[in-house]
Ligand binder design. Structure first.
Ligand SMILES: Nc1nc2c(ncn2[C@@H]2O[C@H](COP(=O)(O)OP(=O)(O)OP(=O)(O)O)[C@@H](O)[C@H]2O)c(=O)[nH]1
Ligand SMILES: [Mg+2]
Length: 280
């Protein structure tokens, strides 16, 4: 499978992150709770040395709650604060805000003691395209400052958003790093909508997606598409789904192009149920 990383965007996103890194005290790394491993960045650890690091497992309303718990334990064992949240949920946001404000407050007191100044604490919000960075910032700030959208590549430039007199968040464009030697990472990013759809072949992605879900969450698939049994091959499953749903083309043949788009859309909007594709 051929994945194009639109390198122009990524080079720019990387530059923005690097240039602003020296201005920030904290990095809030948003991961997609359905694919925490594929949505993390192996370079972040070294890049973000000396910064307070917080992990947000975003879109956890779409993820499998048991696996989210496992991921939470995994990061907590490494001493990293982790917040599993739905950025569109007020209660989750209130809890996240409290943790972030406490960390900022602690840092500010530390600087005050050392240098005698009331420094504004700045946090960079980083993560892959479409993971919810701008939504998270808007919810935390209670204002619609940052532009959001249900496709990758919405934020093109950096943007500072003040969330208290001494605390600011930096919105950044989504960043994917070209480490796609591993095909499954690219596929997982495509399933969740972090890679632009035109770039990947949707039918092929849907076949692979269905094969994976058939192994991990067969009941979710069978319930959603009223399948009595699951075929082994992805294209067979997609055919069965097309027929059950009446997604047919000329001559009553299954319209796989339409079905592929539909199934991936339904997964991306949580209609297949709560699914997590990866474990630590
Ligand atoms: N269900 C759910 N949807 C979310 C959550 N967070 C964000 N979204 C949705 O995900 C989509 C992407 O959100 P954005 O905030 O634009 O994502 P972004 O990371 O800023 O994306 P780029 O700027 O393109 O890198 C939007 O449709 C949001 O409404 C969440 O926690 N749960
Ligand atoms: Mg954005």
């Amino acid at each position: 499978m051929n994945i194009n990383w639109y390198p122009g965007h990524m080079a720019r996103a990387k530059r923005i992150i690097k240039e602003n890194l020296r201005l920030v005290d904290m990095v809030i790394e948003l991961l997609d709770a359905r694919i925490p491993a594929s949505s993390t960045n192996p370079d972040f650890q070294t890049l973000f040395q000396n910064k307070i690091r917080v992990i947000v497992l975003n879109k956890s309303d779409y993820a499998d709650p048991h696996k989210t718990e496992t991921w939470k334990d995994n990061y907590e064992k490494q001493g990293i604060p982790v917040l599993p949240i739905n950025s569109l949920n007020q209660k989750d946001i209130r809890q996240a805000k409290k943790v972030l404000y406490d960390l900022a407050d602690k840092k500010q007191k530390e600087i005050k003691q050392r240098r005698g100044i009331n420094k504004t604490i700045r946090a960079m919000v980083a993560g892959i395209p479409n993971v919810g960075k701008s939504t998270f910032i808007n919810s935390i700030s209670g204002r619609l400052k940052a532009k959001t959208g249900d496709r990758p590549g919405v934020t093109r430039d950096k943007q500072w958003v003040k969330i208290s007199p001494f605390f600011e968040l930096l919105d950044t464009p989504g960043l994917l790093w070209p480490k796609l030697s591993e095909e499954h990472i690219g596929l997982h990013l495509a399933y969740t909508g972090s890679i632009k759809e035109e770039i990947m072949q949707q039918e092929e992605i849907a076949f692979r997606f269905l094969e994976e879900i058939a192994k991990l969450y067969p009941r979710h698939l069978m319930d959603r598409y009223q399948l009595k049994e699951l075929n082994k091959r992805g294209y067979e499953i997609l055919q069965d789904i097309s027929i059950n749903r009446g997604w047919l083309g000329p001559g009553g043949m299954p319209d796989l192009t339409r079905a592929a788009k539909q199934v991936l859309d339904e997964f991306q909007s949580g209609l297949l149920g709560r699914i997590t594709l990866e474990l630590p």
